[in-house]
Ligand binder design. Structure first.
Ligand code: HEM
Length: 464
């Protein structure tokens, strides 16, 4: 691939180990920061196999091989025991972890509520929440500010209001406290989490179960608050749609437990990922003032009001390109892990039953063979060709080399909503404020459930 062009900003990333890590260091890397476990070879090869704890662990970078696992033969692959253990306490049996017929029913009922045609209803809440947040941030200009916390609160507010017509302020602090406790104590895989099947509990699973009871208790409280709201004739939000959903075959709706797990899944999957997307977009724009100016120029000419939020989207191509580039460089879902249910063959590689396959957007998006200047921040790779009008599509990036939202039947159900949210909020923030990073300690990405910063860096905002 070409050498890096000198005017590009190379954003922070952890150093790449020179040699394959010995077992103990490898295990430590998985637990403390999975982004540090891959050597340079991982960013160059199509496939990398490592025997580890008696199983084959296979990192796939070849787009065809990834297509095979996520699409062609997806039924042969399920979530790995470690992912199930880690996610179950916060998502229960909702869409993310369900399987088979249960998953099909949940997907059929949830997907229409997040389809492009319902986005205008949801997007009005995005703009209203962002307006409120800008009011609060406007009172804190020219002083150190924690924009990670600000983006987490905003994303939670958006999830609460657009999906459940709820003010999350009263629940926000309790949710954040529980999520922080969870991230510190239960989200990192330990040895037994990886080797034992999910049916056999590890010591940590007992703590996870206690946590799950408290977290789901909070979800029940939110659900009851929502159900106390007077009914309306037309669905106002995702909750109304889920409540009305019926299995076409049996006519049955969701049970209270299923509904609660779905809410937990959507709140979690829908806010933490978008919060870090916004956070990393701000880090990137703070490091590339010219690019920030371009976004501000674009956004200042666009009418972004609650009533026409989705109509504004085609006029925000540069902002959207920044978001796309932010989730290329810092994919919130840094790795998708699958376990082979039965043996398989992918190209020339034999996949034994029980093998763990890793498709790692963190590696794939920085792969030397698939991307020009892979470590450089260059939103123009996602821009429509010069001269094309508003709404024109960006040049295609290789589909299976860019997987921030996964692919195949289990592709992210909230992808369009997330892209609309990140683009609209970023445009509104940048047209209002000049954003700079004001922290002597460089911010580094760390893989903890999502791609988080290693500390909440201090930013500064100045009115534009
Ligand atoms: C930038 C933001 C987001 C990113 C990067 C992201 C990423 C992903 C990825 C990679 C998957 C596939 C996981 C796999 O195959 O193992 C996924 C699934 C999922 N996402 Fe998202 N997501 C985002 C936002 C959202 C939002 C806003 C919602 C809900 C409103 C959501 C709900 C879900 C659900 C329910 C699934 C499971 C789908 C299934 O298994 O059928 N996500 N997401």
């Amino acid at each position: 691939m070409d050498a890096v062009q000198p005017n590009f900003f190379i954003p922070p990333r952890p150093p790449i180990p020179e040699r394959e890590l010995p077992l103990l260091q490898f295990l430590r890397a998985i637990r403390t920061n999975a982004l540090t476990m891959w050597t340079e070879k991982a960013y160059q090869e199509d496939v990398l196999v490592r025997r580890f704890l008696g199983r084959s662990h296979i990192l796939l970078n070849a787009p065809d091989a990834i297509h095979h696992v996520l699409v062609d033969n997806h039924a042969n692959y399920r979530r790995s025991p470690a992912s199930i253990r880690i996610l179950r306490p916060i998502t229960g049996n909702g869409l993310l972890l369900s399987d088979g017929e249960d998953w099909r029913l949940q997907r059929r009922t949830t997907a229409p509520a997040l389809a492009p045609r319902t986005l205008p209803v949801l997007a009005r809440h995005i703009v209203a929440c962002a307006d409120d947040a800008i009011g609060v941030l406007g009172a804190q200009t020219n002083q150190p500010i924690d924009l990670l916390a600000a983006m987490q609160n905003l994303a939670l507010d958006i999830a609460g209001r657009s999906m459940f017509s709820l003010e999350t302020r009263q629940y926000g602090a309790a949710m954040r406290r529980l999520l922080t406790e969870y991230a510190h104590n239960y989200s990192k895989p330990h040895l037994f989490d990886m080797v034992l099947p999910p049916a056999i509990p590890t010591l940590r699973d007992f703590g996870r179960r206690r946590f799950q009871r408290r977290w789901m208790g909070l979800m029940t409280e939110i659900m009851q608050a929502r159900q106390a709201a007077p009914a309306t004739d037309t669905p106002r939000d995702l909750f109304d749609l889920l409540l009305a959903a019926r299995d076409p075959e049996t006519g049955k709706g969701f049970s209270p437990d299923q509904l609660r797990d779905q809410i937990a899944t959507l709140i979690l999957a829908g806010h933490e990922t978008t919060a870090v997307t916004l956070f990393w977009s701000l880090v990137l724009l703070a490091g590339a003032p010219d690019e920030q100016q371009r976004v501000a120029d674009e956004a200042s000419g666009v009418d972004i009001a609650p009533d026409n939020a989705m109509a504004a989207m085609p006029h925000l191509a540069r902002t959207r390109a920044v978001v796309s580039e932010a989730i290329r460089l810092y994919p919130p879902a840094f790795a998708l892990a699958r376990e082979a249910i039965g043996p398989d063959r992918i190209g020339t590689i034999d996949i034994p039953r029980g093998a763990v396959l890793l498709i790692a957007p963190w590696v794939l998006h920085r792969h030397r063979k698939l991307w020009r200047d892979p470590d450089a921040f260059d939103p123009s790779r996602f821009m429509p060709p010069p001269g094309s009008g508003p709404g024109a599509s960006a040049p295609p990036v290789p589909r299976f080399a860019y997987l921030p939202f996964g692919a195949g039947p289990r592709v992210c159900v909230g992808a369009q909503f997330a892209l609309a949210e990140a683009t609209l909020v970023l445009a509104m923030l940048i047209r209002e404020f000049v954003v700079t990073l004001d922290d002597p300690v460089p911010v580094m990405p760390v893989a903890i459930v999502t791609t988080q910063p290693n500390h909440p860096p201090t930013f500064r905002l100045r009115l534009r």
